[in-house]
Design a protein around this ligand. Structure first.
Ligand SMILES: *Cc1c(COP(=O)(O)O)cnc(C)c1O
Length: 456
């Protein structure tokens, strides 16, 4: 792109655009990176500089950017239909994708309700669960339970079941009341972190859920969780036994288990869905981000037959699920999702990803030995670690250092898109990442860490 056009666009960006999760004043003295092209693992800026997309463009991209099968699916579907509404009308991509999702999802989830982003997938799940209990006559079951540290989206319902103070505290007066249970966040163990202690922490956290349900199950409609990884809450990874325990408790106390796999779905943790690590099936499942390989906005909320049946009756009984979005089941997005799932099968994506994640585990060792680094953790293509001023004593950097933000800036210098959560750095790698790219990404990250150390 020529320099003049670039300058003009960046000036207009400042003049007209308000970016998400961004303090715009940070951009008084620096430009947004103006991306002109995306291909495979890389984003290219207006000067042609390449950056590794180590966060999969906000945890969405699955097969790398510009996958030919995905591009072809968009073009082909646009020849047939652009957007058509999904109420009173239906279409082949919407039907075939629902069939495919039912086939690959954890067992027992047989109905698919579409929406268009992760937050709406969660809103649908909450309303579906709430209305279910009303319609089977258990009208006191109206409340939800969420985990400390959880994140389920930015709409008001989703924020009401969110456990990250930074995103939620201000909005409290707008939110509905919900019960919070502890997160089995092993970072609390500091240097004492061992698998046994993590297991004990998870058992304690489960005990808190049991106590709540024992006392209040008659008020509670469902528990919503991010399976295996609390992503936005700081890439908190917890043992599968916790999830398995939640499944048992929900069955025992007649409470819906709502699995929010908006982030973890579609291979990122090493299995198609993170629930598979615990061998469990939720009552309601939310998917979005990776559903279309991260290329088009689309979401789905899957549920068990029993839930669907509570809504299925003569119109006059007023059991209809009155919920829907303009872009529900967009056919172009659904075609892309189908193409992505075909890529999973034909390119044996999960099988090949296993080798890459083993390579990532190897490479992470060179990060673990860097100063300021602690709590290195990994599941599949997701890896994270925390920065401390003194890692041994887990003394944090002072917040005004904005060390995570400094790492983001240094990452750009070194050709990496990093998007730290506070002082937590992470990779959320596309499944197409090659072993030599992993080596290169980690080597560049080590340079970023050294540059922070020097600046310290
Ligand atoms: C990102 C995310 C959401 C929200 O998805 P949006 O598409 O950003 O609305 C919900 N749940 C989880 C676990 C997420 O990571």
């Amino acid at each position: 792109m020529d320099a003049q056009l670039k300058e003009e666009l960046l000036r207009k960006d400042r003049q007209y655009v308000w970016h998400p999760f961004t303090q715009m004043k940070d951009y008084e003295t620096q430009d947004h990176v103006l991306i002109e092209r995306a291909e495979g693992m890389f984003l290219y800026d207006a000067d042609g500089k390449a950056y590794y997309d180590t966060v999969s463009s906000w945890w969405s991209n699955v097969h790398g950017h510009g996958h030919p099968r995905i591009k072809e699916a968009i073009a082909r579907q646009l020849e047939q239909t652009d957007h058509v509404m999904f109420s009173g009308l239906t279409h082949r991509p919407g039907i075939e994708l629902a069939e495919k999702l039912v086939e690959i999802a954890p067992q027992g989830l047989h109905k698919v309700f579409y929406s268009d982003n992760g937050s709406t997938a969660v809103e649908v799940a909450l309303k579906m669960s709430f209305q279910y209990w009303q319609q089977i006559g258990r009208k006191t079951k109206t409340r939800f339970v969420f985990m400390d540290n959880s994140y389920h989206g930015d709409t008001i319902g989703a924020v009401s079941v969110g456990g990250v103070e930074l995103y939620h505290a201000l909005f409290k007066p707008m939110l509905f009341r919900a019960y919070r249970v502890p997160s089995p966040d092993a970072r609390a163990l500091g240097r004492e972190r061992t698998p046994e202690r993590e297991a004990a922490l998870a058992a304690d956290a489960l005990e808190a859920v049991r106590a709540l349900l024992a006392e209040r199950a008659e008020e509670i409609a469902g528990i919503i969780v991010e399976p295996m990884i609390q992503a936005a809450g700081g890439m908190v990874m917890y043992p599968a036994a916790y999830l398995a325990g939640l499944r048992e408790l929900c069955a025992q106390y007649d409470v819906h288990l709502i699995a929010d796999e908006v982030a973890t779905g579609f291979g990122r943790t090493g299995t198609m869905f993170a629930c598979e690590h615990a061998g469990i099936s939720p009552d309601i499942l939310c998917v979005s981000k990776g559903l279309t390989a991260g290329v088009m906005p689309l979401a789905a909320t899957l549920c068990r037959d029993g839930i669907y049946e509570a809504f299925y009756d003569d119109y006059a009984t007023q059991k209809t699920f009155f919920h829907g979005h303009s872009f529900t089941g967009n056919p172009v997005a659904a075609s892309v999702a189908l193409a992505s799932l075909r890529v999973f099968e034909e390119e044996r994506v999960l099988e090949r990803a296993r080798e890459a994640s083993a390579a990532l585990a190897e490479e992470l060792r060179s990060i673990a030995v860097q100063p300021h680094v602690a709590n290195v953790r990994q599941l599949g293509h997701i890896a994270a670690f925390d920065l401390y001023r003194d890692a041994a004593s887990r003394t944090p950097f002072p917040p005004e250092r904005r060390i995570g933000y400094q790492a983001y800036l240094a990452g750009l210098e070194h050709g990496l898109i990093l998007r730290p959560l506070g002082d937590t750095l992470y990779y959320w790698l596309p499944l197409c990442v090659a072993k030599d790219q992993i080596r290169d990404i980690v080597a560049r990250t080590v340079k970023v860490l050294r540059s922070l150390d020097r600046a310290n």
